[in-house]
Design a binder for this molecule. Structure first.
Ligand code: BGC
Length: 373
């Protein structure tokens, strides 16, 4: 009898430890048209949590302890679902069908020209007028322990926003006990198409966007980047970063060179808004970036399978967006590190291909790993 009780107690202990990270399903209000939005909160035993909402499969909050154990949000975003539609800024959203720009809002695939909406000057940006960020995704699966996980899906109709083929997109967010948040995008298509799915989290490691990110130290594992034309379309060149303000091979404060007006690329981007070519083999999970806030002691490492990573320093935020905690977001208040294929790849045969054929499985995986020092 005693033995049985002891065994039961051990089992309880074991199960509790093994099931440490939890995924909890809840509500996130409704859109103006009444559509209900759901949230799933992933939480571990180390004080880290992440909230994902069904609108845009958006990473709405990421709470991480600082060096003193203080838990604060390290992402920008909105408290209300409707704000993601009326004040779109792509905060934490899942971007698709094509993250970043497609030049002149058109591309040719197998001899046929596809026309997209020009929603960024002459170009198409982040999937068009109503991209995946503005769609309500379906929760497929929610699991707790040992890792906490949620999978969402979205079916994009053939021809939606001008893209060919019905695309079935999925994203899985996984939080483990090592303070690593993994984001896995997948897709299949009914016809040849182009695809580039990524997450557009705006990070500010100071916590609750207390300070701007100019003092954040950034390391980018990239020997080269892709310079852009005045409409932010890559020229096709793969330029070495050596000797330029784009050299982040050693940890460097974002603000150290961002105002260098002698650099034409910084002038065009109003700061950093460029695709860096991640060293190593695309398809392999490798470290792409490390960001450190020396004040809070928070460090974030970004690992990615993608060939490129868009480094954007929130240059277009102008103080008219009021986010979480009623905070106005201004230029330089956050940085984005968006792993993906290169901007405008559908029009550039020299870039890694964005093509997806029926029968193939697209994937783009990334890890945001947090620690302190
Ligand atoms: C682009 C920026 C754009 C921003 C919108 C980034 O991925 O590179 O040019 O302004 O997304 O949030």
């Amino acid at each position: 009898m005693k033995t049985a009780r002891l065994a039961a107690a051990c089992l309880t202990l074991f199960t509790t430890a093994a099931n440490a990270a939890t995924a909890t399903r809840g509500e996130f209000g409704a859109l103006a048209d009444g559509t209900k939005i759901e949230a799933v909160t992933l939480a571990n035993d180390k004080g880290m949590s992440a909230r994902i909402i069904t609108l845009g499969a958006t990473l709405q909050a990421v709470i991480v302890p600082d060096k003193n154990g203080r838990k604060e949000d390290v992402t920008l975003g909105y408290d209300k679902a409707q704000d993601y539609l009326t004040r779109p800024n792509y905060f934490g959203v899942s971007v698709g069908r094509y993250a970043n720009r497609i030049a002149k809002a058109s591309f040719v695939l197998d001899g046929k020209t596809y026309k997209l909406a020009a929603n960024d000057g002459p170009n198409s940006l982040h999937g068009g007028t109503r991209g995946f960020d503005k769609r309500v995704w379906t929760i497929e699966n929610v699991t707790s322990g040992p890792d906490a996980r949620v999978t969402l899906s979205y079916i994009s109709a053939d021809g939606e926003e001008g893209f060919p083929g019905q695309l079935r997109a999925t994203v899985t967010y996984t939080l483990n006990e090592q303070n690593e948040l993994q984001v896995d995008y997948g897709a299949t298509t009914s016809k040849p198409t182009v695809v580039n799915l990524t997450n557009h989290a705006y990070f500010n490691l100071s916590g609750n966007a207390a300070r701007d990110v100019m003092g954040h130290l950034v390391t980018l594992k990239a020997e080269r980047f892709t310079p852009v034309d005045p409409t932010l379309i890559p020229t096709g060149e793969r330029r070495p970063v050596a000797g330029t303000p784009f050299d982040f091979r050693k940890p460097t404060a974002i603000g150290a060179r961002i105002r260098d007006a002698s650099n034409a690329q910084l002038r065009i981007g109003r700061g950093y808004d460029h695709n860096f070519i991640v060293d190593g083999k695309a398809g392999d999970m490798r470290t792409a970036a490390i960001v450190e806030d020396p004040v809070s002691g928070r460090v974030m490492e970004v690992r990615a399978t993608a060939p490129g990573i868009q480094f954007y320093t929130g240059n277009f935020m102008d103080g008219t967006y009021f986010g979480k905690n009623n905070r106005a977001y201004r230029q330089g208040d956050a940085l984005c590190l968006e792993p993906g294929t290169f901007p405008n790849a559908p029009n550039n045969p020299g870039f890694p291909s964005a093509r997806l054929n029926p029968g193939q499985a697209y994937f783009n995986s990334m890890v945001f790993a947090f620690r302190t020092r």
